[in-house]
Design a protein around this ligand. Structure first.
Ligand SMILES: Nc1ncnc2c1ncn2[C@@H]1O[C@H](COP(=O)(O)OP(=O)(O)O)[C@@H](O)[C@H]1O
Ligand SMILES: [Mg+2]
Length: 386
């Protein structure tokens, strides 16, 4: 369990893979989240005109305004081609945006000169405070685990002794103290990603960017890597921006999330804000509840409640007051982003027009009501593994 007070460095070790959110924990945001913006993009636009797009212009980012607060885990989700990788590559200026600005930890990175390998000293320095974790780990196979972690410190010009002390400390932090002398080929996928994470932390970054860090891993390893990212977030106060196409990833670790489609952010907010937004596509994907209408002349309604609220008395009251039979099509209670949420899908006899009054009654009880089939068309279609 984590205490909100800073721990002495020697205790700064991550325990895993134990669950660290206590059951019934109702705070959407944990104590390390502050209101200070740490990553802000404004009007971020990226148009590719390269051989890869065969002379065509591809608008990968179309005016993205992103606001990530200090200490949070922020998930960006979307289908393949939505622009997620372009966003993350523009945030650390690996890719120079066509228009718009990127501010990380108070510094306007877009104002710094250079790009890619020709980045200026200022840009390179700013970038060393942004850790990056990749889907395919990007480890050097000819180097030991320890030497891989030391690589960014070599680039920063640290002495051999400083490098090795830091690398060993980080390997301990990610649970690989005994693998320092191993080579990447001797490690499992999960262990390789732990090395990737240790390397990303070498420059003591304030921000960690992760592009599909778990997409190449099996579900169990995915869970332990996500747990590690969340533990690092909590213990080091590290802000994490992670890109994924898997809703489960957002569900298990994120404090906030954004949904991208066609180079734009179409929905965003804290997980609790999203869950409280009627018709939010992210919310219904984060917390799906099944059940189909049993006929055409039926109205299906999703009732969402948070924390301690219970729907049972309200449903029987509704039934008595309006003398209608209510069927429960599905119900679930789950923890989403550390927040306990319940959802019940009920069916009322008659079409929507016949049920305006009972639906109004439910809303008056302070419950969040979504009438199924009244929302805009979905942009979040589950994509296959890449
Ligand atoms: N280097 C590039 N050159 C040309 N087009 C690119 C390049 N990188 C990405 N794209 C295009 O930009 C769009 C967004 O891609 P990307 O950011 O990789 O999306 P995602 O990570 O969400 O799958 C896609 O249409 C993709 O083909
Ligand atoms: Mg991508």
């Amino acid at each position: 369990m984590f205490s909100p007070v800073p721990m002495p460095p020697h205790e700064n070790r991550v325990a895993f893979p134990t669950e660290c959110t206590p059951p019934g924990h109702t705070h959407a945001l944990h104590p390390t989240v502050t209101e200070t913006p740490v990553i802000t993009t404004s009007g971020l636009t990226k148009i590719y005109r390269s051989h890869r797009s065969r002379g065509r212009e591809v608008t990968a980012l179309d005016g993205v305004d992103l606001h990530v607060r200090e200490g949070e885990v922020y998930g960006v989700i979307g289908q393949s081609g939505a622009g997620k990788s372009s966003l993350i590559r523009c945030v650390n200026l690996l890719e120079r945006p066509t228009a718009g600005t990127v501010t990380v930890a108070g510094q306007d990175l877009t104002a710094l000169a250079g790009r890619g390998p020709r980045a200026s000293r200022e840009l390179r320095q700013a970038r060393s405070r942004i850790g990056m974790v990749f889907q395919h780990f990007n480890l050097l196979s000819s180097r030991t685990v320890q030497d891989n972690v030391e690589l960014p410190l070599e680039i920063l010009g640290r002495s051999g002794r400083q490098r090795s002390a830091k690398a060993l400390e980080l390997l301990d932090l990610v649970g690989l103290a005994d693998k320092a002398r191993a080579y990447p080929a001797q490690l499992s996928g999960g262990q390789k990603q732990r090395v990737g994470i240790a390397r990303a932390l070498a420059g003591d970054p304030k921000v960690l960017l992760s592009d599909e860090a778990t997409s190449a891993l099996d579900p169990e390893t995915t869970r332990s890597i996500l747990q590690l990212l969340r533990d690092l977030n909590r213990q080091l106060g590290l802000t994490v921006l992670l890109i994924t196409h898997e809703m489960d990833v957002v569900k298990s670790v994120c404090d906030s999330a954004a949904l991208m489609a066609n180079g734009r952010i179409v929905e965003s907010g804290t997980v609790s804000e999203l869950l409280a937004t009627p018709g939010s596509e992210l919310a219904s994907a984060l917390f799906p509840v099944g059940g189909e209408a049993t006929g055409d002349d039926r109205t299906v309604v999703d009732v969402t409640f948070h924390g301690e609220a219970a729907t049972q008395p309200v449903i029987s009251q509704l039934s008595r007051t309006y003398n209608i039979d209510i069927s429960i099509l599905g119900a679930a209670i789950d923890t989403v982003g550390g927040l306990q949420v319940g959802r019940m899908r009920i069916e009322l006899p008659g079409r929507y027009e016949d049920n305006v009054v009972p639906i109004g009654f439910l809303r008056e009880q302070g419950l969040q009501i979504d009438v199924v089939g009244q929302e805009p068309a979905s942009v979040l279609v589950k994509e296959g593994a890449k």
